[in-house]
Design a protein around this ligand. Sequence first.
Ligand code: TXA
Ligand code: MG
Length: 359
Amino acid sequence: MRQREETQPAFETQVISAVRQEEAGTIQGAKLIQAGELVAFPTETVYGLGANGLNGEAVAKIFAAKGRPADNPLIEHIAKKSDVRQLWSRIPKQAQLLMDTFWPGPLTLVAPKCDRVPEEVTAGLETVAVRMPQNKTARALIAKAGVPIAAPSANRSGRPSPTTAQHVLDDLGGRIPLIIDGGACKYGVESTVLSLVGEPTILRPGAITREMIAALIGEVRVSDSILKPMKDGEVAASPGMKYQHYAPAAEVIVILGKPEQAAKRINALYREAEAQGRIAEIAATEQTKHYYKGRRHLVLGDRNEPETLCANLFSALREMDTRADLILAEGISAEDEGLAYMNRLLRAAGFHVIDASND
Ligand code: TXA
Ligand code: MG
């Protein structure tokens, strides 16, 4: 279970609803961005913590508020496609087709950067990651600010990404001046990150899947570190891959195997934990919830529609973390959006996996 941290509040964090007050949040948010301050805002993936993406000093505040390691670069968010010209020194050959097909949307593209992109954004890399979000509030904020907005997910570093304004407030309340509340995020996992430097390579899976990208541009590589921990000394293609991620304070274990086998093993682990006086909770699915009657469990979605599991994963981890100290989660097939789901779940578990497929 998560302990409350004591922090020194520097701001009285204001929350403005984008639903009830359509423009108030983006007008005030744009003023703050122009003044070099931080604003948390909704996107279709997760909430972002934004700063003026052309101002290195403003961007440095993001790292301080999140407690983020300085060598993990940020994504620049733009309001219209042609704005990539301000950020990239050239447009790689597959980029135009990808942008025309998937932007605005949950796809981030990595390409060689222009000189004006501050090194605080790229953590010293020669490339910069850019995306054009689908969320209208996000785009209105960027357009009004008149600059690209550099933004990571708006969580304290290492915690599950925020998919509601309340999650942002829980993590960053008192540390930032404004949160624009746009309700729950549509996809619930962060954008797909695709590098277009050299062979196209997926560095982080998301709602725009490998299958969708390959159908458009042909073969696409998937970085080795997506379903495996990085080895010591290995250089990360995407620096974010090497950090402990998405982790609640509770221990998380992923159990692999066919639904019935996994459920049996999960129930055995649950009994064992309770016998030791621990509080366990099961991350279940529509297809398997009947195995867990009488046990603490939360249904995340449908095993055959992994996008439903993705949409609920981070909020479920945060919720279960308030009552359990052990979270037992079923693994699913890592295809289509199942790849994004397993990528986040395995990281939340620190790669603690039990394979029940031979039980
Ligand atoms: O959906 C999203 O992408 C959300 C919303 C707010 O847009 N943002 C997000 O940002 O997830 P963040 O900072 O939590 O994750 C950015 C990922 C990290 O894994 C980082 O290492 C990688 O993108 N990245 C950023 N710039 C890169 C670059 N130039 N080369 C390789 N990887 C890069
Ligand atoms: Mg993040």
